[in-house]
Design a protein around this ligand. Structure first.
Ligand SMILES: Cc1cc2nc3c(=O)[nH]c(=O)nc-3n(C[C@H](O)[C@H](O)[C@H](O)COP(=O)(O)OP(=O)(O)OC[C@H]3O[C@@H](n4cnc5c(N)ncnc54)[C@H](O)[C@@H]3O)c2cc1C
Length: 405
């Protein structure tokens, strides 16, 4: 491998590999430094991805990476009321994240990207205020004209560029168990459990696979996630019945950034993508689709910088303009929704679920809802009296809540 590359990417997660793939496909020389010895492990993610968004990105997942096809969701209110949103056709895939990441890695390798495993990046190389590569653990240097930071939530190196990192105050701690022996009536529906005692600051989920196994998890802004998960699986009036014969085979913990994107995602010779930039949906914690969308832009802009031999932050700022145009409105709208959700008492959440059922909101959601572009999908829904009433109550609950905003 040449010591000097056009672009070095820090982190071989989906966003790092996808930005590398895009830049290499256009003609740049790219190396990815990944601290682990293989792609996709350890896996902490539920892998619940919107089918239409994957199509929009042009990503065709190999069949063996698709664990299930999901037609909708059942929401359980804190008191156990159900709201069912079922579509005629599958809307999401449950993917095996290790195989999914491996697929993006394969695309990148075919496009000419080189990978360095067991290569933890410790710091950046600088020249006249420009990032000019990275220093690996063990002191080896990889020089490059553009550094793409895709290191996920650890997001340590962007601070070396004096960029603002992830906001700890809106980070939730995610925990997910792999279970065998789920008893559920509907294998093509995910289940979402709401309530301040279930998962404060987030929600709990059961995501079934076709073979009777499932991913069971939650995230929480306070307390011990292990204890919340134990309580959810053993004591929740609905979930514990479905899980009473289940065996837990694996448990993983990982943070989820919910504060919306960091204010600045570029600097001289430097771009930040994915979880490191908090390009994550604040409502659901899903970061793969928006992360890949932004990573694609980062790959294009990094390539353009190489082509034009211009690595200034003025040139690279077009990355932020472009990704904001694609997902900025939705991320901002979802951040407001998350703030409102966090301010709701359990009784108000119950009332909202109740209203959704009584006002037939499921039909409107099926027609216009989009689990990724939640902000823009609200706009056409407003003209329907049922959804307008629910949105109004949602806002009213927030305005009258006693929780600090
Ligand atoms: C419990 C849980 C469930 C989730 N479920 C979903 C879901 O259903 N759908 C969804 O869309 N999203 C989900 N997410 C979020 C999703 O996992 C992330 O948004 C996504 O993985 C972000 O991709 P990334 O490439 O930015 O970062 P990561 O996937 O975190 O990859 C970062 C990579 O960088 C490497 N790295 C870090 N630091 C360094 C360094 N200094 N040097 C070299 N390598 C380094 C790491 O080893 C890792 O491989 C979930 C998250 C959690 C915690």
């Amino acid at each position: 491998m040449k010591t000097k590359q056009d672009i070095v990417v820090v982190g071989g997660g989906p966003c790092g590999s996808y930005s590398a793939y895009t830049a290499a496909k256009l003609g740049a020389e790219v190396v990815v430094c990944e601290e682990h010895e293989k792609i996709g492990a350890p896996n902490h993610c539920a892998g619940h991805l919107n089918i239409s968004s994957l199509k929009r990105l042009g990503i065709q997942i190999p069949r063996d990476a698709v664990e299930n096809e999901i037609k909708g969701a059942v929401f359980y209110s804190p008191s156990g009321k159900e709201f069912v949103l079922r579509c005629r056709n599958p809307v999401t895939y449950v993917v095996d994240r290790e195989l999914f990441d491996k697929h993006i890695f394969d695309l990148a390798v075919k496009a000419g990207v080189q990978y360095r495993f067991k290569s933890r990046v410790k710091s950046l190389l600088f020249d006249s205020g420009y990032a000019k590569g990275v220093a690996l653990k063990g002191k080896e240097l990889v020089e490059a004209d553009v550094v793409i930071d895709a290191e996920g939530c650890s997001s340590a190196i962007l601070k070396k560029m004096d960029l603002e990192g992830l906001k700890a105050s809106m980070m939730v701690r995610g925990i997910q168990a792999e279970v065998d022996g789920l008893e559920t009536a509907e294998e093509d529906m995910v289940e979402v459990y709401l309530g301040n005692n279930v998962a404060p600051g987030f929600f709990a989920w059961i995501i079934p696979r076709k073979d009777g196994t499932a991913k069971v998890g939650l995230a929480t802004s306070t307390g011990n996630p292990h204890q919340y998960l134990q309580r959810f699986m053993k004591k929740h009036p609905v979930a514990s019945k479905k899980l009473k014969k289940s065996i837990t085979t694996n448990i993983n913990l990982h943070p989820i950034p919910l504060a919306g994107p960091i204010p600045k995602t570029y600097s001289n010779g430097f771009l930040v993508v994915g979880d490191a930039a908090s390009q994550v949906k604040p409502t659901t914690g899903g970061g793969v689709i928006f992360g890949l969308t932004c990573a694609n832009v980062a790959g294009e802009v990094a390539y353009e910088a190489v082509k034009n031999n211009n690595f200034s932050e003025t040139f690279l700022s077009s990355y932020q303009h472009q990704w904001r145009r694609l997902v900025g409105f939705d991320l901002a709208a979802m951040l407001q929704m998350r703030r409102i959700l966090n301010s709701l008492s359990d009784s108000k959440t119950d009332k909202i679920i109740d209203l959704c059922n009584r006002l037939g909101v499921d039909d409107v959601l099926e027609k216009f809802g989009d689990i990724d572009f939640q902000g823009r999908s609200l706009i056409p829904m407003i003209k329907y009296p049922g959804t307008l009433a629910v949105i109004s109550y949602f806002l009213y609950s927030w305005l009258t809540s006693t929780t600090k905003r």
